[in-house]
Design a protein around this ligand. Structure first.
Ligand code: GDD
Ligand code: MN
Length: 353
């Protein structure tokens, strides 16, 4: 049995055609459609309810706009098929592709992605900006998540998988892209792609907005095995900003000497970084008290700065490299030392007992 999960928000104009086309495509296959509606003001759920007299549909009504990913998860939890399809309601994901995906699954693929980016796949009607956004988002996913590299279109919202792949796996309902969750956390062997044409949205409006893009980026960070390193880098960059702002304030607005302004600014950035690492990067890690860690972080930072300084001098005076190149290499090496020591000495992972 095939379970087709369709999250909907204001798809009243599309849902009937979708259900009819699914019915036609899956003639002879046992299936159920789970329409997970977030209380759409346009009455999508009622329309789906009416269609359920004619087609095998379960309508799941949720209290309000709780989001695409959690809708898919709720549909998954309430579905019973051995194979699960996730697709959009707006007909940009043509239901006619489902039989090909099903065939791939029967031939031994555990996860089948309907793909815009394999040969035969395409996108209709996107302007340059949307294409660039999509390509950039895809590249970022591949950069940060090694398991996304096996697929040309890891951001597709149209895919099929064996229910077993997610057995006992806990998925993050805030994670905007459920396919990424599946690729990272799921238990599967073979991933296949089937080309499709991502059509034009004829009726209704896209819900993709700035909020979704931000959520997506946060989701990538949480899924990435390089998560701690990325957070460390972000905090470090912010620390530099704090450092420079403090210097500006003390030196130019208050009018203190450079000697003092510089020292206080450095200390401000160290404290800023400490706090953010404590609360975010390495949250819940590290032995001893907070004061211990604050002192250890000072040791670490001092070593990092010393490394930076010594490297820079050695490269410049020893090897005769340009000042800027020497300094930059020093920064990189200092950063590495800082990261390695913070990770293993200030905030070590506690051993599980
Ligand atoms: N229940 C619920 N709640 N459904 C939602 C919500 C929500 O908050 N937001 C959107 N949906 C439903 C829409 O009704 C539609 O059926 C589907 O989710 C996709 O929304 P669109 O707004 O049409 O997204 P898109 O076309 O920009 O992007 C889609 O296609 C891309 C390419 O495959 C999404 O599926 C993307 O995830 C995908 O990358
Ligand atoms: Mn769409």
């Amino acid at each position: 049995m095939l379970s087709i999960i369709v999250p909907t928000y204001n798809e009243g104009e599309n849902i009937e055609e979708l259900i009819r086309r699914i019915g036609k495509s899956l003639n002879g296959v046992e299936y159920e459609v789970l329409v997970v509606d977030d209380n759409s003001p346009d009455g999508t759920a009622d329309i789906a309810e009416k269609l359920s007299k004619e087609f095998p549909i379960k309508v799941i009504r949720r209290a309000g706009k709780l989001g695409l990913a959690s809708a898919v998860l709720e549909g998954f939890n309430k579905s019973v098929g051995d194979y699960v399809v996730v697709m959009d309601a707006d007909l940009q994901h043509p239901p006619e592709v489902i039989p090909q995906m099903y065939e791939a699954v029967l031939e031994g693929c555990d996860v089948v992605v309907a793909s815009r980016y394999v040969s035969g796949g395409s996108i209709v009607g996107w302007g340059l900006t949307r294409r660039i956004v999509s390509k950039t988002a895809t590249m970022l996913a591949k950069l940060l998540i090694p398991k996304a590299r096996n697929v040309k279109d890891p951001l597709s919202g149209f895919f099929m998988f064996k229910r077993d792949s997610l057995l006992g796996v806990s998925l993050n309902p805030k994670g905007f892209k459920i396919l990424l969750e599946l690729l990272v956390k799921g238990r599967y062997v073979n991933v296949c792609e089937v080309p499709y044409c991502f059509g034009l949205r004829v009726r209704g409006k896209s819900k993709l907005g700035f909020k979704e893009i931000l959520n997506y980026l946060l989701h990538l960070i949480t899924l990435s095995p390089y998560m701690t390193l990325i957070k460390f880098l972000l905090v470090g960059s912010l620390g530099t900003l704090v450092n420079l702002s403090a210097l500006y304030l003390l030196r130019y607005i208050i009018g203190l000497e450079h000697l003092i302004s510089s020292a206080v600014a450095i200390e401000a950035s160290v404290i800023n970084n400490y706090l953010l690492h404590e609360l975010w990067t390495f949250r819940g890690r590290g032995g001893g008290t907070r004061l211990h860690r604050l002192l250890k972080f000072h040791v670490t930072t001092s070593l990092a700065i010393t490394t930076q300084y010594v490297t820079s001098q050695l490269l410049h005076y020893g090897l005769g490299l340009e000042s800027i190149i020497s300094q930059f290499t020093g920064i990189l090496l200092g950063f590495l030392i800082n990261y390695v020591l913070s990770n293993s000495y200030v905030w070590p992972k506690m051993r599980e007992i």
